[in-house]
Design a protein around this ligand. Structure first.
Ligand code: NAP
Length: 322
């Protein structure tokens, strides 16, 4: 079967961590772009990106990276997107599509939008796929396969530009959905942001227990705690920015969560086994629904290959952020 046509001429990646390096690997593997130019904040990361051969060109500045690019993707923490948009704004080619991979969309649109010239198409995106690993070594070409990528183009965005970016993500293996940024932020607050907050909390709580030693926590972690520790190992900068940027939606979901946990607390206190059982039956069905639609499997993440990392560092079977 012949390969699909190249979609973009020159892809500029700003930030080459887990997401940026996965896009570079996947775009290359699929022939989605003719060439890739990459840049990262630190000289160490730029050096590593060059060593790994992730891009045709590795440049020092964001402004240089975007020159002549018809697709620019910011793969950096959401809190940094506004500053970078201001920096690249005057250097963007007319007609280019500017996108990102940030886990919060309303904030990114508000922060980046004003700095982008009217001559470019701004199509924010969020590939709902990840692991708890960071940096250019952590990425892999299959990261987006069978995962969702959500596009949140502001009203009035050129539909041809949106369709083309949609085709790009499909070529990388993702399923694509378009929705309003605020709706995205509400959905992700419950499906991703709150679970991460709970994991960060529970791991911290266990760490502070005086009468349970650290060695016991580690030894008996297979009792459920282990899965939380994996999520709580996710990048601190990324997650700090997510909670600051999606404050309202997270607080809304946290309020609902607190109400529900109070009900379960009451059921335990009252010895109300019926209420607990009914609740757990309902949640088990939700889990089955996720497996049924192919968003998780009992096998380790579809057994995807993971070049570049030692076996011990293989991504575990869950999609982090997302
Ligand atoms: P990562 O592996 O930590 O890589 C982050 C990249 O951003 C690095 O190249 C880093 O440069 C650069 N960077 C960090 N702070 C910066 C700043 N203030 N200014 C400019 N560049 C900066 O992170 P990632 O997991 O790829 O996440 C990137 C984005 O993807 C985030 O917005 C996150 O919300 C989103 N996302 C993450 C996941 C996930 O599971 N990890 C999933 C979906 C979406 P240096 O290496 O030089 O420091």
């Amino acid at each position: 079967m012949s390969k699909p046509a190249t979609l973009y001429n020159r892809l500029a990646l700003i930030g080459v961590g887990l997401l940026g390096s996965s896009i570079a690997r996947a775009a290359r593997a699929q022939g989605a772009v003719r060439s890739i130019v990459a840049t990262a904040r630190s000289p160490q990361t730029r050096k590593r990106v060059a060593e790994l051969g992730l891009a045709d060109q590795v440049v020092e500045s964001n402004a240089t990276a975007v020159e002549g690019a018809d697709l620019v993707i910011l793969c950096i923490p959401v809190g940094a997107c506004g500053v970078v948009a201001k920096e690249i704004g005057p250097h963007l080619a007319a007609g280019a599509t500017v996108s990102d991979v940030g886990s919060v969309k309303g904030y990114v649109i508000r922060d980046m939008g004003p700095h982008l010239p009217k001559t470019v198409h701004f199509v924010p995106a969020h590939p709902v796929a990840g692991t708890e690993y960071s940096g250019p070594d952590a990425g892999f070409a299959e990261l987006f396969v069978n995962r969702w990528c959500i596009l949140t183009p502001p009203e009035g965005t050129d539909t041809k530009a949106v369709d083309k970016l949609n085709a790009f993500w499909r070529l990388l293996g993702a399923n694509v959905e378009t929705m309003a940024a605020d709706h995205h932020d509400l959905v992700l607050a419950i499906t991703s942001h709150l679970p991460h907050l709970i994991a960060y909390t529970i791991v911290g709580t266990a760490d502070e227990l005086q009468n349970v030693t650290r060695s016991e926590v580690l030894k008996f972690s297979a009792g459920g705690f282990r899965d939380f520790t994996r999520i709580a190992a996710s990048d601190p900068t990324m997650w700090r920015d997510v909670f600051l940027a999606n404050k309202d939606a997270v607080l809304e979901m946290l309020g609902r969560f607190n109400e529900d946990i109070s009900l379960l607390t009451k059921a335990i206190r009252n010895g109300d086994g019926k209420a607990l059982f009914a609740h757990f039956v309902r949640t088990r069905a939700i889990r089955q629904g996720i497996v049924d639609i192919g968003q998780d499997s009992p096998a380790p993440d579809f057994g995807r290959p993971h070049p570049g990392l030692p076996h011990s560092a293989l991504p575990k079977p869950y999609a982090s952020d997302d």
